[in-house]
Design a protein around this ligand. Structure first.
Ligand code: ADP
Ligand code: MG
Length: 727
């Protein structure tokens, strides 16, 4: 019987509940994993594989090597070695001996694994207290009667309610339902790179017979994702400027001159160059798309200020979008006031602006009375309509999604765009990932003479950190104490993050930065309690002579603003905070930062955090306190000691290599990119970019019969983004 390709292809967008074995309960568990349609299910890729062809026994497994061991659970216990730490210990036996498996922060294993179960564990073998051991390995219960085809078991992201074994079964059924899927890649491209068909690739990435087969499947699917991305970016870019008259800004006007001469310092050479590059992009009668890259503390804000003043001089309007309320407010108070001094009319709009005030600001912006509107996501609201938006600036652009960027730009007729980012991306990658861009780099901080040192301390040594903090306070300086999130949700995230270490080179790592940038929604009550407790304790003991303030995402905007204000003014000298302070906060008088449980943060994040100190002319000290004994964790932290350069750190940090961080879609995960690894796939990115360009040159709207399926996939891959661009 011929396979109905069209039907199979269309079924991709039907609800996942159509798939065999997906009951309503399982459908809702799948939804938690972001799986709603059959397409979502088929792109719910394994996070790791257990390669049963590399199986060792307890007896033969070599210490220090990564391998898989199959055995039977002899005993499983939940232990609580200290407050806040739970671990599950499993004694695994096979004919040849015993392996002790320790799993941190995954207490639910107690419900999923029981004595007598057949399991496979995969990880690095160590030896301690007389036993061979594995810590946080991938662990899989080999279900009763489960057919393990081939010698590779895929491990899909799962939840407490829906185990990996179940996901595996459901994915297998999904593949069956999608049998005969149409391949949207033009044959010429498939042949050129010798890529598997889409069907074969989906099958092989979920259920490879061998690991090289999984790699081949991944190669095809990565290329596909990137081709869609490039096509999307190029088409979006073309649509943005089509039929519009680009703005040529005045860059020698009075407000810009007044702003520049009001600065209390001189711009560094690099800042001057970046300013000139940005201004000439704004002055040109084309749609500017400019990115300013510079490590934290390199002084990007003031450079961007020149652009905002130029927009006002040009009878245009500008918007400055910042990711958090704290940061938007800080821009208003620093940059905003300076701009106002130069005759630019500035307003601030955030989620907590009172409604009466909000209405006045929205009206002022619509009538053109406001030149520059600074704000948070509140700026994206539909009723915020500028009279004549000529410039959109996005600060910390990596924190925003492609869709949010598009939504902001939609508010004007082909406005010029300026992105500020502290994410270190090489030039070629930046070009490929953001479409047609011009770039400026700032590599050095204005106060290179003011040194910042970083030290890693064990828990026993943390007294040194508090000692340094007290000395700083005695000098009249201020101190940050950063706590990670520690509640239940954080535990769940840890486990998920643990699963991310899929690469062979990472298999021996403990787990990855669990503490993602704090979303208010992420906070559980426990997290708040922990930070609150820490603040109270420090106020009573170590910092009894000073005033300790508390800042966390669970607080209302007003309360946050107040404590930041007090800290800025020096009324609060010690600020205990969760990661809300991560982005952009600027208090030059803060010279000491103590990060608790530093091993729970990613390097990129620690680097962002420490960028909060050493911003003034004073030298700063950063202390990373960690109770971890793990070599890998300590080595990661040691990298923080050895370099102060974000670009160098990036090479150490796997978390930075995740595409979400680079493309800036981590809030929604709403990107067509699920497999791309920015470091490893650089060459593919460039190939896909060239291919997309060539395709659009001959067929700009992808209307040829060969390209119709492709066009449809591009739309679907970025469905969320296009919906917003279109609305
Ligand atoms: P980032 O690039 O991380 O956004 P900021 O723009 O917040 O950095 O600047 C960091 C600090 O450096 C701010 O306090 C700012 O006022 C200060 N600064 C910026 N440029 C200079 C300069 N040329 N000389 C002295 N201080 C500067
Ligand atoms: Mg900044």
């Amino acid at each position: 019987m011929p396979i109905d390709r069209e039907k199979a292809t269309l079924s991709l967008d039907e609800p996942v509940s159509r798939v065999r074995l997906v009951s309503p309960a399982r459908a809702s568990a799948l939804e938690k994993l972001g799986v709603r349609t059959l397409r979502d299910l088929l792109t719910h890729f394994p996070r790791s594989y257990i390669d049963l062809s590399q199986v060792e026994t307890c007896g033969t497994a070599r210490i220090g090597e990564v391998c898989t061991i199959r055995g039977t659970v002899h005993e499983i216990k939940l232990k609580k070695p200290r407050y806040n730490l739970k671990l599950v210990e499993i004694a695994l036996v096979d004919g040849t001996g015993i392996l002790i498996v320790t799993c941190f922060r995954q207490p639910w294993l107690m419900d999923q694994v029981k004595a007598g179960d057949a399991v496979a564990v995969s990880g690095k073998v160590t030896f301690d207290y007389g036993y061979k051991r594995m810590t946080n390995p991938f662990i899989e219960v080999i279900g009763e009667g489960e057919e393990v085809t081939g010698s590779v078991v895929p491990v899909h992201p799962a939840t407490e309610k829906l185990t990996a074994a179940w996901v595996r079964r459901i994915v297998a059924n999904g593949l069956e339902a999608a049998e005969g899927l149409f391949d949207p890649l033009p044959l010429g491209l498939r042949l050129r790179y010798r890529l598997m068909s889409r069907n074969a690739a989906l099958r092989a990435i979920h259920f490879p017979r061998t690991m090289p087969e999984a790699d081949e499947a991944r190669r095809r699917l990565v290329y596909e994702e990137l081709l869609y991305l490039e096509l999307f970016l190029m088409q979006e870019g073309a649509a943005r400027s089509a039929g519009c008259v680009p703005h040529a800004h005045v860059v020698d006007g009075p407000r810009l001159a007044a702003f520049a001469s009001s600065l209390p310092f001189e711009l560094t050479g690099e800042q001057q160059r970046a300013r000139d590059e940005i201004l000439s992009a704004l002055a040109a009668p084309t749609v500017a798309n400019h990115m300013l890259l510079g490590d934290v503390g390199t002084g990007k804000t003031v450079v961007a200020g020149h652009a905002l003043a130029a927009a006002a001089d040009s009878e245009g309007q500008a918007m400055l979008l910042a990711p958090t309320e704290v940061l938007a407010r800080q821009h208003m108070e620093g940059l905003g006031e300076r701009l106002e001094g130069a005759g630019v009319r500035v307003a601030l709009l955030t989620g907590s602006t009172p409604s009466g005030e909000r209405a006045a600001i929205v009206e002022g912006f619509a009538s053109g009375e406001v030149d520059v509107l600074i704000g948070t996501h509140a700026l994206l609201s539909d009723d915020v309509v500028p009279r004549n938006l000529t410039l959109a600036v996005i600060d910390e652009q990596q924190r925003f999604g492609v869709d949010q960027r598009a939504k902001l730009l939609e508010k004007g007729e082909a406005p010029d765009a300026l992105y500020l980012t502290a994410t270190p991306i090489p030039r070629t990658l930046a070009l490929a990932l953001y479409g047609n861009l011009t770039l400026s780099y700032i590599k050095h901080r204005p106060h290179d003479s003011a040194r910042r040192t970083t030290r890693v301390l064990s828990r026993e040594q943390q007294g040194d950190a508090f000692e340094a903090a007290r000395e700083a306070l005695d000098r009249g300086d201020q101190v940050f104490v950063v706590c990670p999130l520690v509640g239940k949700d954080a535990e769940a995230r840890d486990a998920k993050a643990a699963g991310r270490t899929r690469d062979a080179d990472a298999a021996g790592e403990e787990y990855h930065p669990a503490v993602a940038i704090e979303d208010d929604a992420d906070l559980s009550g426990d997290d708040v309690t922990a930070a609150t407790r820490e603040a109270e304790m420090l106020q009573r003991t170590t910092f009894a002579d000073w005033t300790v303030g508390l800042l966390h995402g669970g607080m209302g905007a007003e309360a946050k603003r107040e404590v930041m204000e007090q800290f800025r003014k020096g009324e609060v000298q010690v600020l205990v905070a969760t990661t809300v302070i991560e982005v952009g906060v600027d208090v030059p008088n803060a010279t000491v930062m103590i990060v608790q449980d530093a091993d729970r943060f990613g390097l990129a994040q620690l680097h962002q955090l420490r960028g909060r100190v050493g911003r003034g002319e004073k030298a700063a000290e950063v202390f990373l306190v960690s109770a971890s004994q793990r070599e890998e964790s300590l080595a990661r932290l040691a990298a923080m000691e050895s370099t102060d350069d974000g670009f160098e750190l990036a090479a150490f940090d796997l978390s930075l290599r995740r595409e979400g961080d680079i493309l800036g879609n981590r809030q929604h995960g709403a990107s067509g990119l699920k497999l791309v690894n920015i470091m490893r796939d650089g060459a593919v990115i460039e190939a896909a970019r060239a291919d997309a360009q060539a395709l659009l040159e001959v067929d700009p709207n992808l209307e040829e019969p060969d390209h119709v399926a492709l066009a449809r996939e591009v739309r679907l891959a970025f469905a969320h983004e296009s919906a917003i661009v279109g609305g």
